[in-house]
Design a protein around this ligand. Structure first.
Ligand code: CA
Ligand code: CA
Length: 282
């Protein structure tokens, strides 16, 4: 009898240990929730994914399951729920358009038990014009983690990347094409922190061939393997040519890479770089 009890205790202790072990393996304190919605041809939908309770959104992105020329990710950005704490820390949204096919719109978020600072800035974009190299500043010595934009489909985001200026002056850099014939407003976001040591991996130049698709990625190093944000910057893309299809971290544990996929509607090629924001285990 005593032996059986001891055996039960050992089994319970073993379960506890394995629970602790699986948490320890996660180690990074980060979670990567994701969701998908389907969009019919000609429609636009916004996919949203909340962060788990007790965590805040550090970054996120979108991914459209579609062939070349069939889809467009116009915006992706942090949003707030109905709680009364800080804003907009509760999750991430991705706004995608299905052009001539059914498209799966996926959104993924990076969530952590760390509260970053959220910065936002509005930009006016002229009719039928591009607005490039605008920045949402973090302010002071805050490190940029990630960012994004929210706005109408007509003002599609064409660029967006964490821009590290060293010890101070970081921000999230953005670019937009306004294909509408009137002036439009978009909101840019920067997510910044002083609490985490952020470093940056930049890769490229990747080519987007004429009327084709380009794929690029930036991988975080082993010393800072956790991707908390990222983005891409393209150079020389003519107005209306660059369409983001994927700009995100694959939402599964163990992935250390930020991916960017761009479609090019123009008859000439352009290049882009990909940036990943990387942190050690939290
Ligand atoms: Ca909130
Ligand atoms: Ca910095």
């Amino acid at each position: 009898m005593r032996a059986r009890l001891a055996g039960t205790a050992a089994v319970v202790a073993g379960c506890l240990l394995s629970l602790l072990a699986s948490r320890a393996i996660a180690g990074d304190g980060l979670t990567y929730p994701s969701r998908s919605v389907a969009a019919a041809p000609g429609s636009t939908k916004t996919a949203a994914v909340p962060c788990p309770k007790g965590t805040h959104v550090l970054g996120g992105g979108g991914n459209l399951g579609a062939n070349y020329g069939s889809a467009l990710l116009s915006h992706s950005y942090p949003y707030d729920g109905r709680d009364r704490d800080s804003r907009p820390d509760d999750g991430w949204k991705a706004k995608g358009s299905a052009l001539d096919a059914f498209v799966q719109i996926s959104v993924s978020a990076v969530c952590a038990p760390v509260l970053p600072r959220y910065r936002r800035l509005s930009f006016e974009v002229d009719p039928t014009a591009a607005l490039t190299d605008v920045e949402v500043p973090c302010g002071g010595q805050l490190e940029v983690v990630s960012g994004g934009s929210r706005g109408p489909v007509a003002v599609r985001q064409t660029d967006g990347r964490p821009l590290d200026h060293g010890g101070s002056g970081d921000g999230f850099e953005l670019g937009f094409d306004n294909v509408a014939d009137d002036s439009q407003t978009v909101t840019g976001f920067a997510i910044c922190t002083a609490a985490i040591d952020v470093s940056y991996a930049v890769a490229g130049d990747y080519t987007v061939p004429a009327r084709d698709r380009g794929v690029g990625s930036a991988q975080c190093p082993p010393a800072a393997p956790n991707v908390v944000g990222g983005g891409q910057r393209n150079g020389g893309a003519p107005f209306g040519a660059a369409r983001i299809v994927q700009d995100y971290r694959v939402p599964f544990a163990g992935f250390t890479t930020w991916w960017a996929v761009l479609d090019n509607a123009a008859p000439s090629s352009f290049l882009f770089t990909v940036t990943a924001s990387c942190v050690p285990d939290l």
